[in-house]
Design a protein around this ligand. Structure first.
Ligand code: ZN
Length: 456
């Protein structure tokens, strides 16, 4: 008989919002190593994950259960559970992969299942100042991951600019993207600055731009906070539930609305699952990656996931990825009036062009889901073949092909605005159900596959 997974949903909600508030721009979530030349201290995301895991460890130690460890490797974090640590009760520190012994690495490699999720969030790079724009200081910003596609939701603005060819003044029509509040962050001589300034993200909508196939994003209404905004700084989103926290009475455990839910939801689900497995004495691991792989492929840090997999995973590792699916594409859930509470198990991504293994999918569907329905009822999870973007599998699937997906969904099915990176909302019950599926799946694969014996 399986033992039920119980999750404190209030605490989960709180941890998730804390994680969403923390800056984690693409490529700047985790230091490469202890020798990372860019910064002398941990990046904000490392510190936040450490805080959450430290709290888990206090709880686990109190219950005399094994604690969790965090290892930094090539810009990714590996969270490992089920490990007896000699210095029990001591303050958790992120370990550098280079400091682990061969024996420790071998023991981590043998864990047969890995959970995967990405830590980064919508990020733009500040490019040139738009000198052709005559109304104040405006920068062009370049998205380095999929930017919000919906724009013009607020009032359309016209700004004065100079025509590139004849230098005559003309009006440029811009519309702001969904949730346009931006925060400028960046590196300054060995320090990561978390709050350089603020601005609003607008997209240019003129026929001419469309013909050129270029999408032009601008940062308007700039305000710097005692530090000059410079080319090469990064812009992340800066809105979320925390702003409304006090005004949304009775909603402390309701639907979560925040930026960066994609894919902090997956990250929080993965580390909660590692904690629960540790409580059960099952070895487990999660790889939290510093970028949403393959978007865009030429500058993505996806290749660094391969390095972390090479170090910490065997060729027959089973990967369970948790990432978001757009509510507006959920045709199979037509008629649902609110965010889904079931975890979604899907066979493949990008209609088959992304990764996914049908054999792993069938085990999740036929073996694991059936058992879970007996334990928790029919509302635990569902299968879906609706569209899901490729997530983090693209670069790893050539070598580590055994990939299954336990997905969360953004917004209400078929709602036009319910798209990751636009208006992000999630039902916390769905996250609890994802944690349950991850925990029981890991237990299942531990029993049926390589048992991953040996402490580290
Ligand atoms: Zn994602």
């Amino acid at each position: 008989m399986l033992a039920r997974v119980e999750v404190n949903i209030r605490k989960l909600h709180e941890n998730l919002l804390e994680l969403c508030k923390t800056s984690g721009p693409t490529q700047a979530c985790v230091r490469m190593s202890e020798k990372d030349a860019r910064v002398k201290t941990d990046l904000p995301m490392e510190t936040k994950i450490k805080e959450i895991v430290q709290e888990f460890n206090e709880e686990l130690t109190g219950d005399r259960k094994p604690s969790l460890r965090i290892v930094r490797h090539m810009g990714n974090l590996v969270v490992i559970g089920g490990v007896e640590v000699a210095n029990r009760g001591q303050k958790l520190e992120i370990e550098n992969a280079s400091e682990l012994s061969e024996h420790e690495i071998k023991a981590i490699r043998k864990i047969p299942v890995v959970f995967g999720a990405h830590l980064d969030e919508i990020t733009y790079i500040i490019a040139n100042r738009e000198s052709s724009i005559l109304d104040g200081k405006v920068y062009r910003i370049l998205p380095i991951c999929n930017p919000p596609k919906i724009f013009g939701v607020g009032p359309i603005r016209k700004i004065r600019c100079e025509d590139e060819r004849d230098k005559k003044p003309k009006m440029l029509i811009v519309g702001h993207v969904f949730n346009p509040e931006g925060r400028v962050v960046g590196f300054r001589s060995g320090e990561f600055k978390d709050n350089i300034g603020t601005g609003e993200v607008y997209k240019v909508d003129i026929e001419e731009e469309k013909k050129r196939m270029s999408e032009k994003y601008l940062l308007l209404k700039l305000e710097s906070k005692n530090v000059e905004i410079r080319k090469g700084d990064m812009v992340i989103q800066d809105y979320g539930d925390w702003k409304e926290k006090d005004t949304r009475r009775g909603n402390s455990c309701g639907v979560v609305r925040s930026k960066a839910l994609d894919d902090r939801v997956g990250c929080i689900a993965a580390i909660y699952a590692v904690k629960e497995l540790s409580r059960r004495g099952v070895l487990s691991k999660a790889v939290l990656t510093s970028s949403e792989e393959g978007v865009p492929s030429d500058i993505s840090w996806g290749r660094l996931v391969q390095a972390t997999y090479s170090e910490f995973c065997t060729d027959d590792i089973i990967t369970l990825i948790c990432d978001g699916m757009d509510g507006r594409e959920l045709t199979e859930f037509k008629g649902e009036r609110r965010e889904l509470s079931k975890a979604l198990i899907i066979p493949y991504t990008s209609y088959g062009k992304g990764g996914g293994d049908v054999g792993i999918f069938s085990l999740l569907r036929d073996e694991i889901l059936r058992k879970l329905e007996r334990l928790y009822g029919k509302r635990i999870a569902a299968t879906s073949t609706d569209y899901s973007s490729r997530s983090y599998d693209v670069k790893v699937m050539d070598r580590w092909t055994l990939i299954g997906f336990v997905q969360w969904t953004c917004g209400v099915p078929l709602d036009e605005s319910a798209a990751c990176h636009n208006e992000e909302t999630v039902n916390p019950t769905q996250i609890v159900n994802i944690i349950r599926v991850l925990v029981h799946s890991a237990e299942y694969f531990h029993k049926t596959g390589n048992k991953g014996q040996g402490g580290c």
